[in-house]
Structures are given as C-alpha cells and as structure tokens.
Design a protein around this ligand. Structure first.
Ligand code: PMP
Ligand code: GLN
Length: 372
C-alpha cells in the first residue's frame, strides 16, 4: 500500500507552513474539564490494565447514551468494547469475519482504512462508486453485486469524505437486502454528532434486523476533539461481539485506563455532545459564507466536518496535482477525492476540513477567494 494521503498532505502542509484543512482533526482544544478528569483519574491511581472489554462504567454510560439517542439496547457487559480509536474497531470487525476470498462491499469514495484490512484478511473488496454531488446509493446496483461470497457490507454515515448521509430509506433498503442472509454490516458512524440543517443521523442500531447483523463503530477523538487520544468503541449484538473481542484481546488487550475513567464521567452529561450539530453547522456556514464569491462550486455538507468543493471552473488539472499546487503556491492544504475513488476517478473535487478555529476558517476562505 502507498503512504496514506493524510500523511502526505499533512506532511506537505507542515513543510510549506500552509493552513492545514487536509487531515480531519480539530485545531482547537479539547475540553479542560475532560483533561482535568484524566489527570484526576491518574492521580487517584487508575493506572493499571483496564478490563479487556473496557471500563465497565464507561461501557454502561455508552449503552445509556445509545439508548437515549437511538432507542436501541446493548448489554454493556458483553455487547460494547472500548477500542484504540475507531481504527482498531474497524480492524477487529473486519479481521474477525473476513477470510480468504470473502467479498466485502465498499462504497466509494471511502475512508482509506477499510480496503487494506479487507485485503490483509484475504478478502476481496467489491466497490460501488458513488458520484458528486449527491453520492446517492442505487440499491439495485448494490443488490446486483451481492453473491454467495458476500460476507460484509461497509458503510459510513455521515460519509467521509463526501459530507452526505445515509437516509432512513437507505437504511431500510439495506436492511431489506441483508434480511435472511449471513451478511454482516460494518457501520462506521464516527461522525454521528455532526449532522446539519435538521438532518438526523440514522444509526444502524435503530433498525432491529439491521442491528442484529451490524457492528456500529464510534470515535471519541471525533466527538470530543481529541483525535490524538485514539479512543473509540464498537457496539454489536453478543454473537458478533464474541468474535470481535477475540481479535481485540490479542491485538491490544485493553485501552488506557485513566482516559476511560474520564470519559465515563464526561459522557454522563449530554451537554458535552448535544451542542455539536450547531457548533459544526456554524463552522460550515462560516466557511461557505467566506467563499461565496470564490470560483468553487459546492452543495453544503449535510454531515461530517468536511466540505467538498468542485474546482472545474478554475482549472482542468487533476485533483492531486491541483491539491499539491494549492499547498505550494497558496499555502492551503486539502484532500483530493480521487484517491478514495475506484480507479482514481477524478471528478475535480477537493475536501476541506472545517473543524478549525474561526480565525483559521476565515484565513482559509480569504485564500480560496484569491484562487482564479
Ligand atoms: N472512520 C472514519 C470515517 C474516519 O474519518 C476516521 C478518521 N478519524 C476513522 C474511522 C478513524 O477514527 P479514529 O481516529 O478514532 O481511529
Ligand atoms: N479521519 C481523518 C480524515 O479523514 C484522518 C485519519 C487518519 O489520518 N488516518 O482526514
């Protein structure tokens, strides 16, 4: 596998001292209350191995949160596992079920960690290419790709990098497709708290038949502005979770204790995440307002903290070359979408991360307005 685009673009941004809207991470601080809770947990002596599945108090708080948000019940004892970010959860869920020649359906553009793990497990990725600007799924096309070897369907909603959502009818169509099959769904929901304009997140756990066959994956790094802490979790019915923990146990065994203690307290207060849709919608709007006179075209992001901009009014360069030129000439780093597409399909679209301070967003938009 080549180096990931995130490593490349963040590296280039640092080298050229550019504003970095490429890799998806906030440039503002995580909560001081949360940081103090971590220190407190360390000072109180919570510094040895946590339970293999994660701190039970944290698992219980997560189960309550899921119940409140999605009216779905998971048993914290054996249906929730704390992981080293969503990345470890994705790795475990794929490797525990995918074996040689198993087919895995992946919607493109897709986050870049799915395909390598499927291949590492001997599986065969089967791609479905979605298209700018709406990236709508044609469920008949999905049905036509299902074979006797299809073992898993990976979806990501809200969808990185497109900023689109799987809506209620998508989830119902998916549920209908997998009903009465052994197909497992891996539902990557790390941007669950970032949906805009009244759109709501449709978690796989809201649909009973779907839930029974799904791993649902979340990331505290995304939700609580601390991607460097690398903590997330996976929720799944017991028969699936029993397999998942076999990989987790011999992969990392357990996740660091004081951070889990801190999250257990912090997440009890729903005010610590309920503000996120408005908070990020304001950032998206600040960004879009700032570029209203620029030459890019777009439809507003419905979810995630990414906005896509199409640049075919500016140049016909391919998106990777254009993204590199933007860093070097204009000091702004973005992510070219073709790297996530089948055969590097280039629809002349770049991804911009707006999880940034208002000051950074304004500076970035001023630069974007100058690109002619
Ligand atoms: N899934 C998606 C769609 C992502 O954008 C990311 C990037 N953070 C991850 C998973 C990985 O999350 P984490 O940083 O918690 O490992
Ligand atoms: N999820 C982040 C993004 O999409 C980056 C994660 C990573 O660097 N692996 O930008």
């Amino acid at each position: 596998m080549p180096e990931s685009i995130f490593t490349t673009m963040s590296g280039l941004a640092n080298e050229h001292n550019a504003i970095n809207l490429s890799q998806g991470f906030p440039n503002f601080k995580t909560s001081t209350v949360l940081q103090n809770l971590v220190s407190k947990a360390m000072l109180e002596g919570h510094n040895q191995y946590a339970h293999m599945r994660g701190d039970l108090e944290l698992r219980t708080v997560i189960a309550q949160k899921i119940k409140t948000l999605y009216q779905s019940t998971y048993n914290p004892e054996n249906e929730i596992t704390i992981t080293a970010g969503a990345t470890e959860a994705l790795f475990n869920a794929i490797t525990c079920f995918i074996h040689k020649n198993d087919e895995v359906i992946i919607f493109k553009p897709a986050f870049d960690s799915y395909e390598p793990v499927v291949k590492l497990s001997g599986g065969v990725p089967v791609f479905i290419q979605l298209h700018y600007p709406n990236y709508k799924v044609n469920w008949q096309e999905v049905a036509s790709k299902i074979t006797s070897k299809t073992k898993m369907i990976i979806l990501n909603t809200p969808l990185n990098p497109t900023g689109t959502l799987f809506e209620d009818q998508d989830m119902l169509a998916l549920q209908n497709l997998i009903k009465n099959t052994n197909i497992i769904v891996l539902s990557d929901e790390v941007y669950e708290h970032m949906t805009f304009d009244g759109n709501i997140h449709q978690s796989a756990c809201k649909y009973p038949i779907l839930k029974a066959q799904s791993f649902v994956i979340a990331s505290f790094g995304k939700t609580f502005h601390n991607t460097g802490w690398k903590i997330g979790y996976c929720a799944a019915p017991k028969p699936l979770m029993d397999e998942f923990v076999k990989v987790h146990e011999f992969n990392v065994y357990s996740i660091n204790t004081p951070y889990q203690k801190a999250f257990a307290t912090f997440i009890k207060d729903s005010n610590n995440y309920n503000y996120l849709p408005t908070f990020y919608q304001n950032k998206r709007d600040l960004f879009l307002n700032g570029i209203k006179d620029a030459k890019f075209s777009y439809i507003p992001s419905k979810g995630t903290y990414f906005q896509l901009l199409k640049y075919d009014n500016i140049t016909q360069e391919n998106d990777v070359d254009f993204a590199k030129r933007l860093v070097i000439e204009f000091k702004i780093a973005t992510i070219p979408i073709s790297v996530f597409n089948v055969n590097h399909l280039d629809e002349k679209v770049l991804r911009f991360c707006f999880a940034k301070t208002d000051e950074t967003i304004i500076k970035a938009t001023e630069i974007l307005c100058k690109i002619q």
